[in-house]
Write a protein that binds this ligand. Structure first.
Ligand SMILES: [Zn+2]
Length: 606
């Protein structure tokens, strides 16, 4: 019996004993990208569970890889070690790259990064190298990886010393060292093999009743999975953009009825409904809009996804998430408006077409696709500005020159995007740490971040009001909404969004998806279109998801094409208010029926 167990143990440990160095290198490099995905604001117990759970999972993946190498070595004797070293090197490089991207750009390996690399010229590579690789911050990353390699080397050294003793049995008689090490190693490897099979239980999450804390989905944060996913997505997306361009051909659109002359769509960025005084936030973050006549505040609108580029695709395309066609298989609303005779102008403070595109432009550049942009827009800006107000000033300076009788003007703001302190000029520094004395859950540093975010919201209030002032004397309707919501240390130590909703529960769903949604009618528009005014005023409590936005815009503007569906227009008398709202998360495959999620009765921190 003992002999059988020993044999089994030998077999289980075999690949690790053969390639100890590779096993440790692989485990560590797989683990590093997960470390910063864990969310360190968790309770100590959860955090430890997260760390050990992820460590086990990484070791399990490493173990599987090495078993394959070991199996290969049984057939081709020299093939195994070479394969083990190749895998180790590739994973090491991928982990290093991922950490670098996270440290400098706050992103993981993804399809957009691959797109960027694909588009980058030699001159840009040199500049990139000079800017980032030669910077002091890079030393931190390099240091961590050298430390990882050093640790693996030390363990490999100990292992090879132990292995070098010719007879293992003799060794065991001389001392217990090897046996103990082997036993511990065996225990660890077994735990790492059993663990992934227990993880699936942790995936189930009850959004309806309670926040059941889980350790998330370690697989989705694994560098192997992320790289695999990025490559698949990159290939897929290149294809989608081509298809999207073709979908903009042959659109037949017209205008009917007496509709407003100017439709202005203002797309905010990372605007939490729970930090807007229009929705009851106690600090006056929207003082100008609160006093604006003709402004209608919709209180049940959500974003279709918690990511910028995906949200753009969904709300620009006439295809909705609950339909059986991709976003790229339908016209985008600017192309329809252009076909219907509107002058379509797009001023973005995030994504401009520039031959020397930087990282963030590439991440959402699909409407700047060379084959697509002329089908969508008449005029676009070519430079970005430090603050959104400057973008509006730039548009105001050319407004009379470029606008026609009927205009669709789209402003895309940088809003309250992460690093909120950089989103507003210093003279808008109205809120500070002392304004959050009652938030006992926050540290001083967190209060300062929330203050920056609220200042950025206050500045955003000014920017929207400035846009309104450009159209106040015209026959205009202005629609404002952000691409998605945001977390601002609202109920856990977390800012921005997350790859899934599972780790944050129902509060994460609400913070990241619930958005402000505003429609402004100028005095002239109110007089000229009383029926439109009635429809808008009577729709403010309706449930809406922004993937149906084009239908609302077409309804307001009297634009018609074959894809127009009044049941999807928020203000239509035919509006379907029982449509299921199933939003997405960046990587999660869990589909949440938003209207079944536990409601947020007050503020997330209450
Ligand atoms: Zn965004």
């Amino acid at each position: 019996m003992v002999g059988v167990i020993k044999k089994a143990a030998e077999l289980v440990l075999k690949p690790v004993k053969e390639y100890t160095f590779a096993y440790i290198c692989l485990s560590i490099s797989l683990f590093i990208p997960q470390l910063y995905g864990l969310g360190f604001g968790r309770a100590a117990g959860d955090l430890l569970e997260g760390i050990f759970g992820n460590m086990f999972l990484c070791s399990f993946i490493a173990y599987i890889i090495l078993w394959l190498c070991f199996a290969a070595s049984l057939i081709f004797k020299r093939f195994g070690p070479a394969l083990a070293w190749t895998f180790t090197l590739l994973v090491w490089i991928a982990a290093c790259t991922d950490y670098f991207l996270y440290e400098f750009f706050g992103t993981h390996v993804n399809a957009f990064i691959l797109q960027l690399v694909n588009e980058t010229t030699n001159a840009e590579s040199e500049e990139f190298f000079r800017t980032y690789i030669l910077s002091p911050r890079f030393l931190k990353i390099a240091g961590l990886f050298v430390a990882g390699i050093a640790l693996a080397l030390i363990i490999e050294l100990i292992n090879s010393k132990l292995q070098s003793k010719k007879n293992a049995d003799e060794m065991r008689q001389k001392g217990k060292c090897n046996t103990v090490l082997e036993f511990l190693g065996m225990l660890y490897i077994c735990a790492s093999i059993i663990y992934p099979f227990t993880v699936y239980k942790a995936f189930t999450f009850d959004f309806v009743e309670n926040t059941v804390y889980t350790i998330g989905k370690p697989v989705s944060r694994s560098i192997v999975y992320m790289t695999y996913n990025a490559v698949i997505q990159f290939v897929q997306e290149s294809d989608d953009f081509e298809k999207c361009s073709l979908s903009q051909d042959g659109i037949v659109a017209s205008r009917e009825g007496n509709a407003p002359a100017d439709i202005v769509v203002v797309i905010g960025e990372s605007h939490s409904k729970y930090h807007s005084s229009l929705y009851g936030y106690p600090l006056p973050t929207n003082p100008l809009l609160e006093q604006t006549d003709g402004l209608f505040i919709f209180d049940d609108v959500i974003s279709s996804v918690n990511a910028t580029s995906l949200s753009f695709r969904n709300f620009m395309s006439l295809s909705s998430l609950d339909q059986n066609r991709g976003w790229y298989e339908a016209p985008l609303f600017p192309a329809v408006f252009k076909k219907a005779g509107f002058c379509v102008n797009f001023y973005s403070n995030q994504f401009v077409y520039d031959p020397a595109m930087d990282t963030y432009d590439a991440s959402c550049g699909f409407f700047n696709h060379p084959a697509m942009q002329d089908k969508l827009f008449n005029h676009k800006n070519t430079v970005k500005y430090q603050y959104d107000g400057e973008l509006i000033d730039a548009y105001a300076s050319v407004q009379d020159e470029i606008e026609k009788d009927s205009n669709l003007v789209i402003f895309n703001l940088s809003g309250q995007h992460v690093q909120a302190s950089e989103r507003y000029p210093s003279n808008w520094n109205r809120f500070n740490e002392s304004d959050y004395a009652q938030r006992l859950d926050l540290t001083s540093e967190q209060k300062i971040y929330v203050a920056h975010y609220d200042n950025a919201t206050l500045y955003n209030d000014y920017v929207i009001s400035r846009i309104i002032s450009l159209y106040a004397d015209r026959d205009a309707v202005i629609i404002y909404f952000p691409d998605h919501g945001d977390e601002v240390h609202d109920f856990r130590n977390h800012i921005g969004r997350s790859h899934d909703y599972e780790s944050g529960g129902y509060k994460a769903v609400h913070c990241q998806l619930d958005i402000p949604f505003l429609i402004y009618l100028s005095p002239m528009a109110q007089n000229e279109h009383p029926e439109l005014l009635r429809k808008i005023a009577s729709s403010v409590h309706r449930p809406f998801m922004t993937d149906d936005l084009p239908h609302l815009l077409m309804d307001i503007a009297g634009v018609r094409c074959k894809d127009f569906d009044p049941a999807r227009s928020l203000i239509s008398d035919e509006f379907n208010d029982s449509r299921k709202r199933i939003p997405r998360a960046i990587t999660s495959t869990v589909r949440v029926d938003y209207d079944q999620v536990k409601p947020l009765k007050s503020f997330p921190w209450d």
